[in-house]
Design a protein around this ligand. Structure first.
Ligand SMILES: [Zn+2]
Length: 142
């Protein structure tokens, strides 16, 4: 078991890993799998397989910048819904920033354009960051 962990850590080095978009897609996949028990539509099976392929290809991807850009787009998209509910997500130091700045896989930094807090994957090297709020692009070593 210990050697498997070592192998996995080695395997995942330099690869993108999991992010918010993947977590969301995994939930969607689980919902589809459950739905599949009740309704017998063939496209659900196909969609589930396609989603799983997409999730795994993102997790093991070495194109960290591309995956990161996708995740930022997803977060910007998701935050529109959260703002609609009046939660004030991402503003006034609320939302994830309330945890005191990221977790072991993420780092929180401020956008030089508008001061928006951005969560970026840690240890990815130098990446292009695009602010979902004001579209400012900047490079940062994380
Ligand atoms: Zn900004």
């Amino acid at each position: 078991m210990g050697s498997f962990k070592m192998w996995l850590a080695n395997f995942m080095r330099g690869r993108y890993g999991n992010d918010d978009l993947n977590k969301f897609l995994i939930i969607v996949t689980l919902v589809l799998i459950i739905l599949d028990i009740f309704v017998r539509w063939r496209w659900i099976d196909i969609l589930t397989v396609l989603l799983l392929i997409y999730i795994y290809s993102r997790m093991f991807s070495r194109s960290i910048n591309n995956r990161y850009a996708e995740n930022q787009k997803f977060l910007a998209f998701a935050s529109k819904f959260r703002r609609g509910k009046g939660a004030g997500y991402g503003n006034a130091g609320g939302g994830f920033a309330g945890f005191g700045g990221g977790d072991k896989d993420h780092k929180v930094m401020r956008c030089p354009g508008c001061g928006q807090r951005l969560r970026v994957p840690k240890g990815a090297g130098t990446i292009m960051i695009k602010c979902p709020n004001c579209n400012t692009q900047f490079q940062k070593k994380v």
